[in-house]
Ligand binder design. Structure first.
Ligand code: IPM
Ligand code: MG
Length: 361
Protein backbone atom coordinates (compact mmCIF):
# COMPACT_ATOMS: atom_id res chain seq x y z
CA UNK A 1 0.00 0.00 0.00
CA UNK A 2 1.28 3.44 -0.84
CA UNK A 3 1.83 5.97 1.89
CA UNK A 4 1.24 9.59 0.99
CA UNK A 5 3.51 12.33 2.24
CA UNK A 6 2.37 15.92 1.81
CA UNK A 7 5.54 17.95 1.27
CA UNK A 8 5.20 21.62 2.25
CA UNK A 9 8.60 23.30 1.90
CA UNK A 10 7.33 26.77 2.87
CA UNK A 11 9.62 29.79 2.85
CA UNK A 12 13.24 30.83 3.18
CA UNK A 13 15.60 27.95 3.81
CA UNK A 14 12.51 25.68 3.98
CA UNK A 15 12.79 24.76 0.31
CA UNK A 16 16.55 24.05 0.56
CA UNK A 17 16.39 21.77 3.60
CA UNK A 18 13.24 19.93 2.51
CA UNK A 19 14.90 19.11 -0.82
CA UNK A 20 17.66 17.30 1.09
CA UNK A 21 15.24 15.44 3.35
CA UNK A 22 13.21 14.30 0.32
CA UNK A 23 16.45 13.18 -1.36
CA UNK A 24 17.21 11.00 1.67
CA UNK A 25 13.64 9.62 1.77
CA UNK A 26 13.68 8.88 -1.96
CA UNK A 27 16.87 6.92 -1.59
CA UNK A 28 15.46 4.84 1.27
CA UNK A 29 12.12 4.48 -0.49
CA UNK A 30 13.85 2.74 -3.39
CA UNK A 31 16.30 0.84 -1.21
CA UNK A 32 13.78 -0.50 1.32
CA UNK A 33 10.65 -0.50 -0.80
CA UNK A 34 8.81 1.77 1.62
CA UNK A 35 5.95 2.60 -0.77
CA UNK A 36 6.14 6.36 -0.19
CA UNK A 37 4.63 8.84 -2.63
CA UNK A 38 5.20 12.59 -2.44
CA UNK A 39 2.73 15.39 -3.17
CA UNK A 40 3.77 19.03 -2.95
CA UNK A 41 1.80 21.98 -1.61
CA UNK A 42 2.23 25.62 -0.63
CA UNK A 43 2.15 27.02 2.88
CA UNK A 44 3.10 30.31 4.53
CA UNK A 45 4.46 33.23 2.53
CA UNK A 46 4.83 31.13 -0.62
CA UNK A 47 1.11 30.31 -0.43
CA UNK A 48 0.23 33.95 0.25
CA UNK A 49 2.13 35.04 -2.85
CA UNK A 50 0.42 32.43 -5.03
CA UNK A 51 -3.11 32.39 -3.56
CA UNK A 52 -3.46 35.44 -1.29
CA UNK A 53 -3.61 33.32 1.86
CA UNK A 54 -0.91 31.60 3.94
CA UNK A 55 -3.22 28.61 4.46
CA UNK A 56 -5.01 27.69 1.21
CA UNK A 57 -7.91 25.22 1.25
CA UNK A 58 -6.09 22.94 -1.16
CA UNK A 59 -3.12 22.71 1.23
CA UNK A 60 -5.43 21.73 4.08
CA UNK A 61 -7.10 19.14 1.84
CA UNK A 62 -3.71 17.77 0.78
CA UNK A 63 -2.55 17.56 4.40
CA UNK A 64 -5.78 15.90 5.51
CA UNK A 65 -5.64 13.11 2.97
CA UNK A 66 -1.91 12.49 3.44
CA UNK A 67 -0.58 9.93 5.92
CA UNK A 68 2.17 12.29 7.05
CA UNK A 69 3.30 15.84 6.37
CA UNK A 70 6.83 17.09 5.89
CA UNK A 71 7.14 20.81 6.50
CA UNK A 72 10.18 23.07 6.04
CA UNK A 73 9.65 26.47 7.64
CA UNK A 74 7.48 29.55 7.20
CA UNK A 75 7.98 33.29 7.40
CA UNK A 76 10.28 36.02 6.16
CA UNK A 77 10.88 39.78 6.09
CA UNK A 78 8.75 40.15 3.01
CA UNK A 79 5.51 39.27 4.82
CA UNK A 80 6.21 40.89 8.20
CA UNK A 81 4.10 43.97 7.52
CA UNK A 82 0.98 41.96 6.59
CA UNK A 83 -1.97 41.87 8.96
CA UNK A 84 -1.38 39.14 11.57
CA UNK A 85 -4.23 37.07 10.05
CA UNK A 86 -2.30 36.82 6.77
CA UNK A 87 1.19 36.18 8.12
CA UNK A 88 2.97 32.98 7.07
CA UNK A 89 2.88 31.66 10.67
CA UNK A 90 -0.92 31.44 10.40
CA UNK A 91 -0.48 28.67 7.82
CA UNK A 92 1.60 26.59 10.20
CA UNK A 93 -0.68 27.25 13.18
CA UNK A 94 -3.73 26.48 11.02
CA UNK A 95 -2.33 23.09 10.07
CA UNK A 96 -1.49 22.22 13.66
CA UNK A 97 -4.94 23.21 14.83
CA UNK A 98 -7.10 21.81 11.98
CA UNK A 99 -5.33 18.45 12.11
CA UNK A 100 -5.39 18.44 15.94
CA UNK A 101 -1.65 17.77 16.12
CA UNK A 102 -1.62 18.38 19.86
CA UNK A 103 1.49 16.43 20.86
CA UNK A 104 4.75 18.03 19.81
CA UNK A 105 7.81 15.89 20.48
CA UNK A 106 11.10 17.78 20.42
CA UNK A 107 14.06 15.57 21.28
CA UNK A 108 17.32 17.32 22.09
CA UNK A 109 20.23 14.98 21.58
CA UNK A 110 23.84 16.08 21.54
CA UNK A 111 25.90 14.19 19.00
CA UNK A 112 29.32 13.58 20.56
CA UNK A 113 31.00 15.04 17.45
CA UNK A 114 29.32 18.39 18.20
CA UNK A 115 30.27 18.85 21.84
CA UNK A 116 32.54 21.72 20.80
CA UNK A 117 29.74 23.43 18.87
CA UNK A 118 27.63 24.01 21.98
CA UNK A 119 28.10 27.30 23.79
CA UNK A 120 27.97 25.37 27.08
CA UNK A 121 30.90 23.58 28.70
CA UNK A 122 31.41 20.01 27.43
CA UNK A 123 30.89 18.44 30.87
CA UNK A 124 27.47 20.12 31.15
CA UNK A 125 26.16 18.87 27.79
CA UNK A 126 28.12 15.73 26.83
CA UNK A 127 25.73 12.80 26.50
CA UNK A 128 22.62 14.99 26.61
CA UNK A 129 19.42 13.21 25.56
CA UNK A 130 16.20 14.87 26.63
CA UNK A 131 12.70 15.04 25.20
CA UNK A 132 10.52 18.12 25.38
CA UNK A 133 6.82 17.48 24.90
CA UNK A 134 5.00 20.65 24.00
CA UNK A 135 1.22 20.98 23.92
CA UNK A 136 0.66 22.36 20.43
CA UNK A 137 -2.99 23.16 19.75
CA UNK A 138 -4.10 25.06 22.83
CA UNK A 139 -2.94 27.61 25.36
CA UNK A 140 -2.24 31.25 24.65
CA UNK A 141 -1.45 30.56 20.98
CA UNK A 142 -5.12 29.82 20.27
CA UNK A 143 -7.06 31.25 23.26
CA UNK A 144 -9.97 33.61 22.69
CA UNK A 145 -10.56 36.48 23.10
CA UNK A 146 -7.48 37.99 21.53
CA UNK A 147 -6.65 41.17 19.71
CA UNK A 148 -5.88 44.85 20.14
CA UNK A 149 -8.69 47.07 21.42
CA UNK A 150 -9.15 50.78 21.87
CA UNK A 151 -9.67 51.89 25.45
CA UNK A 152 -11.92 54.80 26.47
CA UNK A 153 -8.86 56.94 27.12
CA UNK A 154 -7.83 56.53 23.48
CA UNK A 155 -4.98 54.15 24.29
CA UNK A 156 -4.64 50.81 22.50
CA UNK A 157 -4.49 47.63 24.57
CA UNK A 158 -3.28 44.24 23.33
CA UNK A 159 -4.64 41.07 24.91
CA UNK A 160 -4.41 37.30 24.60
CA UNK A 161 -5.98 34.53 26.64
CA UNK A 162 -4.30 31.55 28.25
CA UNK A 163 -6.79 28.69 28.40
CA UNK A 164 -6.52 24.94 28.94
CA UNK A 165 -9.38 22.58 29.53
CA UNK A 166 -8.87 19.46 31.63
CA UNK A 167 -9.25 17.19 28.60
CA UNK A 168 -6.49 19.06 26.74
CA UNK A 169 -4.16 18.69 29.71
CA UNK A 170 -5.06 15.03 30.22
CA UNK A 171 -4.32 13.96 26.66
CA UNK A 172 -0.89 15.62 26.54
CA UNK A 173 -0.10 14.24 30.01
CA UNK A 174 -0.83 10.70 28.81
CA UNK A 175 1.52 11.16 25.85
CA UNK A 176 4.21 12.48 28.20
CA UNK A 177 3.91 9.66 30.74
CA UNK A 178 3.89 7.03 28.01
CA UNK A 179 6.95 8.61 26.39
CA UNK A 180 8.73 8.60 29.76
CA UNK A 181 7.85 4.91 30.18
CA UNK A 182 9.79 4.16 27.01
CA UNK A 183 12.78 6.21 28.21
CA UNK A 184 14.21 6.70 31.71
CA UNK A 185 10.85 6.98 33.49
CA UNK A 186 11.27 10.52 34.73
CA UNK A 187 8.84 13.28 33.81
CA UNK A 188 9.07 16.94 34.75
CA UNK A 189 5.97 19.05 34.18
CA UNK A 190 6.66 22.75 33.69
CA UNK A 191 4.15 25.44 34.62
CA UNK A 192 3.77 28.80 36.35
CA UNK A 193 1.36 27.53 38.99
CA UNK A 194 2.48 30.16 41.49
CA UNK A 195 1.02 32.94 39.34
CA UNK A 196 -1.32 31.62 36.64
CA UNK A 197 -4.54 29.80 37.59
CA UNK A 198 -4.61 28.05 34.23
CA UNK A 199 -1.27 26.41 34.90
CA UNK A 200 -2.23 25.62 38.49
CA UNK A 201 -4.97 23.49 36.94
CA UNK A 202 -2.31 22.07 34.59
CA UNK A 203 -0.27 20.95 37.60
CA UNK A 204 -3.27 19.36 39.35
CA UNK A 205 -4.39 17.45 36.27
CA UNK A 206 -0.88 16.19 35.45
CA UNK A 207 -0.47 14.99 39.06
CA UNK A 208 -3.86 13.24 38.89
CA UNK A 209 -2.96 11.44 35.63
CA UNK A 210 0.39 10.54 37.20
CA UNK A 211 -1.41 8.15 39.58
CA UNK A 212 -2.03 5.90 36.57
CA UNK A 213 1.72 5.76 35.91
CA UNK A 214 3.31 4.80 39.26
CA UNK A 215 6.43 3.61 37.42
CA UNK A 216 7.17 7.17 36.24
CA UNK A 217 8.75 9.62 38.67
CA UNK A 218 6.87 12.91 38.32
CA UNK A 219 8.25 16.31 39.31
CA UNK A 220 7.04 19.87 38.75
CA UNK A 221 9.02 23.03 38.05
CA UNK A 222 8.05 26.63 37.50
CA UNK A 223 9.03 27.71 34.01
CA UNK A 224 11.60 30.30 35.12
CA UNK A 225 13.39 27.70 37.20
CA UNK A 226 13.11 25.13 34.39
CA UNK A 227 14.79 27.57 31.99
CA UNK A 228 17.60 28.07 34.49
CA UNK A 229 17.98 24.34 35.17
CA UNK A 230 18.16 23.63 31.43
CA UNK A 231 21.34 25.67 31.13
CA UNK A 232 22.68 24.86 34.60
CA UNK A 233 22.39 21.07 34.57
CA UNK A 234 20.36 19.85 31.59
CA UNK A 235 21.23 16.19 32.08
CA UNK A 236 19.01 16.05 35.20
CA UNK A 237 16.03 15.84 32.80
CA UNK A 238 14.58 12.92 30.91
CA UNK A 239 11.17 14.07 29.60
CA UNK A 240 9.67 17.54 30.07
CA UNK A 241 6.02 18.32 29.38
CA UNK A 242 4.67 21.82 29.11
CA UNK A 243 2.21 24.22 27.53
CA UNK A 244 2.37 25.63 24.03
CA UNK A 245 4.23 28.87 24.71
CA UNK A 246 6.55 27.58 27.45
CA UNK A 247 7.43 24.67 25.15
CA UNK A 248 8.23 27.05 22.30
CA UNK A 249 10.71 28.88 24.50
CA UNK A 250 12.24 25.92 26.33
CA UNK A 251 12.81 24.00 23.11
CA UNK A 252 14.88 26.84 21.66
CA UNK A 253 16.99 26.77 24.82
CA UNK A 254 17.49 23.04 24.55
CA UNK A 255 18.43 23.44 20.90
CA UNK A 256 21.45 25.49 21.89
CA UNK A 257 22.52 22.76 24.29
CA UNK A 258 22.96 20.52 21.26
CA UNK A 259 25.23 22.93 19.44
CA UNK A 260 22.83 24.33 16.88
CA UNK A 261 19.14 24.80 16.33
CA UNK A 262 19.92 23.31 12.91
CA UNK A 263 20.12 19.86 14.53
CA UNK A 264 16.69 19.56 16.18
CA UNK A 265 13.85 17.63 14.56
CA UNK A 266 10.24 17.48 15.73
CA UNK A 267 7.10 15.44 15.38
CA UNK A 268 3.60 16.86 15.89
CA UNK A 269 1.15 14.03 16.38
CA UNK A 270 -2.61 13.63 16.58
CA UNK A 271 -4.39 11.03 18.69
CA UNK A 272 -3.89 8.37 16.00
CA UNK A 273 -0.20 8.81 15.27
CA UNK A 274 -0.68 10.83 12.10
CA UNK A 275 1.92 13.52 12.14
CA UNK A 276 3.55 16.57 10.77
CA UNK A 277 7.33 16.54 10.83
CA UNK A 278 9.46 19.66 10.77
CA UNK A 279 12.73 21.04 12.07
CA UNK A 280 12.20 23.22 15.14
CA UNK A 281 14.04 26.13 13.56
CA UNK A 282 12.50 28.83 11.39
CA UNK A 283 12.91 29.96 7.79
CA UNK A 284 16.13 31.91 8.50
CA UNK A 285 15.57 34.60 5.84
CA UNK A 286 19.05 36.00 6.54
CA UNK A 287 20.72 32.92 5.04
CA UNK A 288 18.01 31.82 2.60
CA UNK A 289 19.13 31.10 -0.95
CA UNK A 290 22.79 30.85 0.03
CA UNK A 291 22.91 27.07 0.20
CA UNK A 292 24.48 27.10 3.66
CA UNK A 293 21.57 25.98 5.87
CA UNK A 294 21.91 22.80 7.89
CA UNK A 295 19.53 20.12 6.51
CA UNK A 296 20.14 17.67 9.38
CA UNK A 297 17.18 18.76 11.55
CA UNK A 298 14.85 18.11 8.60
CA UNK A 299 16.57 14.84 7.72
CA UNK A 300 16.21 13.75 11.36
CA UNK A 301 12.54 14.81 11.21
CA UNK A 302 11.89 12.32 8.42
CA UNK A 303 13.52 9.68 10.62
CA UNK A 304 10.88 10.56 13.23
CA UNK A 305 8.20 10.27 10.53
CA UNK A 306 9.34 6.75 9.66
CA UNK A 307 9.37 5.79 13.32
CA UNK A 308 6.14 7.38 14.60
CA UNK A 309 3.76 7.37 11.62
CA UNK A 310 5.03 4.51 9.47
CA UNK A 311 6.30 2.21 12.24
CA UNK A 312 9.59 1.72 10.43
CA UNK A 313 12.07 2.05 13.29
CA UNK A 314 14.54 0.12 11.13
CA UNK A 315 14.52 2.85 8.45
CA UNK A 316 14.59 5.61 11.08
CA UNK A 317 17.65 4.08 12.70
CA UNK A 318 19.41 3.90 9.36
CA UNK A 319 18.95 7.66 8.90
CA UNK A 320 20.07 8.46 12.44
CA UNK A 321 23.12 6.26 12.02
CA UNK A 322 23.90 7.86 8.65
CA UNK A 323 23.81 11.35 10.24
CA UNK A 324 26.25 10.07 12.83
CA UNK A 325 28.53 8.69 10.11
CA UNK A 326 28.35 11.94 8.13
CA UNK A 327 29.41 13.86 11.25
CA UNK A 328 32.22 11.34 11.80
CA UNK A 329 33.40 12.19 8.29
CA UNK A 330 33.92 15.75 9.61
CA UNK A 331 31.60 17.49 7.16
CA UNK A 332 29.87 20.49 8.75
CA UNK A 333 27.48 23.19 7.62
CA UNK A 334 28.40 26.69 8.85
CA UNK A 335 26.22 26.56 11.99
CA UNK A 336 28.08 23.53 13.39
CA UNK A 337 31.48 24.28 11.90
CA UNK A 338 34.55 24.26 14.11
CA UNK A 339 38.21 24.44 13.29
CA UNK A 340 39.71 21.49 11.40
CA UNK A 341 36.34 20.45 9.95
CA UNK A 342 35.28 20.62 6.32
CA UNK A 343 32.72 23.34 5.73
CA UNK A 344 30.05 22.14 3.28
CA UNK A 345 26.90 23.41 1.59
CA UNK A 346 23.34 22.22 2.21
CA UNK A 347 23.27 19.74 -0.72
CA UNK A 348 26.73 18.38 0.08
CA UNK A 349 25.57 17.64 3.63
CA UNK A 350 22.55 15.83 2.15
CA UNK A 351 24.86 13.87 -0.15
CA UNK A 352 27.06 12.93 2.83
CA UNK A 353 24.05 11.39 4.57
CA UNK A 354 23.12 9.45 1.44
CA UNK A 355 26.70 8.17 1.01
CA UNK A 356 26.62 7.04 4.63
CA UNK A 357 23.30 5.26 4.01
CA UNK A 358 24.85 3.46 1.05
CA UNK A 359 27.92 2.45 3.03
CA UNK A 360 25.87 1.37 6.04
CA UNK A 361 23.95 -1.36 4.22
C1 IPM B 1 8.13 26.74 16.46
C2 IPM B 1 8.04 28.12 15.84
C3 IPM B 1 6.58 28.49 15.61
C4 IPM B 1 5.90 28.51 16.97
C5 IPM B 1 6.34 29.79 14.85
C6 IPM B 1 7.04 29.82 13.51
C7 IPM B 1 4.88 30.09 14.69
O1 IPM B 1 8.70 29.05 16.63
O2 IPM B 1 7.62 25.79 15.83
O3 IPM B 1 8.71 26.62 17.52
O4 IPM B 1 5.93 29.54 17.67
O5 IPM B 1 5.32 27.51 17.34
MG1 MG C 1 9.79 28.19 18.26
Amino acid sequence: MTKKIAVLPGDGIGTEIVAEAVKVLEYLNADMDLGLVFEYGLIGGAAYDAHGTPFPDQTLALAKQADAILLGAVGGYKWESLDISMRPEKGLLGLRSHLQLFANLRPAILYPQLVAASTLKPEIVAGLDIMIIRELTGGIYFGQPRGVRLLDNGEKQGYNTLVYSESEIRRIAHVAFQTAQKRNRRLCSVDKANVLECTELWRQVVAEIGKQYPDVELSHLYVDNAAMQLVRAPKQFDVLVTSNMFGDILSDISAMLTGSIGMLPSASLDANGKGMYEPIHGSAPDIAGKGIANPLATILSVAMMLRYTFNRADAAERIEQAVNTALDANVRTADIYSEGMQKVSTPVMGDAVISALKEGV
